[in-house]
Ligand binder design. Structure first.
Ligand SMILES: Cc1cc2nc3c(=O)[nH]c(=O)nc-3n(C[C@H](O)[C@H](O)[C@H](O)COP(=O)(O)OP(=O)(O)OC[C@H]3O[C@@H](n4cnc5c(N)ncnc54)[C@H](O)[C@@H]3O)c2cc1C
Length: 490
């Protein structure tokens, strides 16, 4: 009975009632901290009897309210499950650091990890074995489970793709309390159906036709992944916790590259910046390509006084080695870049802190005011300049302060409005909706990496028909609708 009595101490619950963006406030009255998958299973079975709502919490670094228990009920955090729930597979060895255990196969370059492991801890372990987990979603206190649930991505997505590309197997507890293990060998039953078997259940999911559920061809983290090319695990990657709680995640890794060279460079015009970006993309020169507009540089100047006063934009990018330095230097000269710093990999922390400090500072700034309205839009490359012009014209019209930064290599920018009062907040919301409509019209997505969480933006992309498809699949896994309600669908 013990674990079924959640913690009700409000001071402990306090830490789970919102997330990094603090746009949503939770109402949970109970907190579960299970120590293994059997305990999660028991909690879910009991919750089904009374239809108790449960919201899964990872590191709480999300920015869409996806871990926020807005409808009350209980929070379930995986933080006490610090080792995989399955035994060590052949070829893997157990490695322990900072209280976490993972199984590592150095030769096959794979790691089987508990979902609760923070990315920073995972990286510390992998560094000792000269290995890397390529997705780099900026905030290293995020848990692996949270990043898989949001299909997170970051600067190096430009070269390596999002989290989805690096997840090979998943083990999870379904909302019914059943345990679902999806090993690497699983393939789709057909182009039209997916079959999931647990000890007691068989769930058959129909893959909708493209005309009913047309996923954007850009980087995307909005809605369930449903396409004829999918692996069974793809349904769960980016599912924002609506289908189950991950416990074990098997990752593909790469050799650690310590020759990476980071470059931070400034431009006096946006046009030059965009031309330089095209040059880098066409010549496939960089591992990452991160953009900061003039307002972002202004915002950071206090913390980073070295930013040149006349800079209208900046780019941070990483070369895999010194080999392409000459050709990049030529491109920089051609597009009037003035380069500020060349940073060898060993010192890259400094530049990552520079990149990281911006979203952190914005979140802090808006938390102290009326709230943030921020986009996470990506569009096809052929429409990026059109979208860029639209961002500017729509946002200038509002009179609300704004800044833009992000993953320009993936045609994916975060436009952040910084409203000072309720009237500006309203104007920013209206402008944001116009941006969403435009992005969808251009074949883009409403969320490229954060997920949609409790933001009601999925209808812009998939309409009522698409949402009904998602709800139907959700009900197959969660007939009583107890888990992570409010994410994607109500
Ligand atoms: C400064 C800053 C920079 C950021 N930069 C980026 C970036 O570059 N790219 C990017 O993609 N994101 C970025 N983010 C957002 C955030 O880090 C990601 O969304 C991250 O994936 C959230 O992980 P988390 O562990 O904190 O999850 P939480 O915020 O706790 O939860 C996120 C979602 O995952 C679900 N979840 C958590 N654990 C599990 C589990 N075990 N099983 C099933 N579902 C689970 C939750 O229910 C929720 O729906 C940034 C955040 C900050 C604060």
């Amino acid at each position: 009975m013990g674990i079924l009595m959640g913690i009700t101490d409000q001071t402990k619950l306090q830490n789970y009632q919102t997330d990094e963006a603090a746009a949503f406030q939770g109402q949970a009255t109970e907190l579960y901290l299970p120590k293994n998958e059997q305990e999660i299973s028991a909690i879910f079975k009991e919750a089904n009897k009374t239809k108790k709502l449960i919201t899964i919490s990872g590191g709480g670094t999300g920015v869409t309210g996806s871990r926020v228990p807005v409808y009350g009920g209980a929070v379930l955090s995986t933080e006490k499950i610090t080792r995989p729930q399955q035994s060590v597979p052949p070829g893997f060895t157990e490695v322990q650091t900072q209280g976490y255990t993972i199984y590592l196969n150095q030769i096959a370059k794979k790691a089987l990890c508990p979902a609760s492991i923070p990315l920073a801890v995972l990286d510390t372990i992998l560094a000792d074995y000269a290995l890397s987990y390529p997705p780099d979603p900026t905030e290293m206190s995020a848990t692996l489970g949270g990043t898989v649930a949001t299909n997170a991505s970051g600067a190096r997505t430009f070269a390596y793709g999002a989290t989805r590309n690096w997840v090979e197997c998943l083990r999870m507890v379904l909302p019914t309390g059943d345990i679902l293990d999806l090993p690497a060998a699983q393939t789709t039953a057909s182009k039209h159906t997916l079959v999931y078997n647990t000890e007691n259940l068989e769930i058959v999911v129909s893959i909708p036709e493209q005309k009913d559920y047309d996923m954007p061809k850009t980087k995307n983290a909005a809605g369930l992944y449903l396409g004829s090319d999918m692996r069974p695990i793809d349904l769960f990657i980016g599912s924002e916790g609506i289908l189950g709680v991950f416990t074990d995640i098997t990752l593909k890794l790469i050799e650690r590259n310590t020759d990476i060279l980071g470059i931070l460079t400034y431009f006096k015009s946006q046009a030059d910046t965009l031309d330089f970006v095209d040059n880098i993309i066409q010549n496939n020169l960089s591992l990452s390509l991160e953009f900061f507009d003039a307002a972002s540089l202004d915002f950071m100047r206090k913390q980073h006084p070295h930013i040149p006063q006349d800079a209208q934009a900046a780019l941070f990018f990483e070369l895999p080695s010194e080999d392409s330095l000459e050709i990049v230097a030529e491109a920089m000269e051609k597009h009037n870049a003035y380069h500020e710093s060349l940073i060898p990999y060993q010192k890259a922390t400094e530049i990552h802190l520079f990149r990281h400090s911006l979203p952190e500072a914005i979140n802090e700034y808006v938390r102290a005011r009326v709230g943030k309205i921020a986009s996470d839009i990506a569009v096809p490359h052929t429409h990026f300049r059109e979208m860029q012009a639209y961002y500017q014209s729509i946002s200038k019209e509002t009179g609300v302060p704004f800044l833009m930064f992000g993953h320009i290599g993936n045609d994916h920018l975060h436009l952040n409005y910084l409203p000072e009062n309720a009237a500006q907040l309203k104007k920013a919301k209206t402008a944001y909706e116009k941006l969403l409509l435009k992005a969808v019209e251009l074949g883009g997505t409403v969320s490229a990496e954060h997920g949609v969480g409790k933001k009601q933006i999925l209808p812009f992309l998939y309409g009522a028909k698409g949402l009904a498809i998602i709800k139907n699949i959700k009900q197959q896994f969660d007939p009583q609708l107890i888990l992570n309600l409010g994410n994607m669908i109500k």
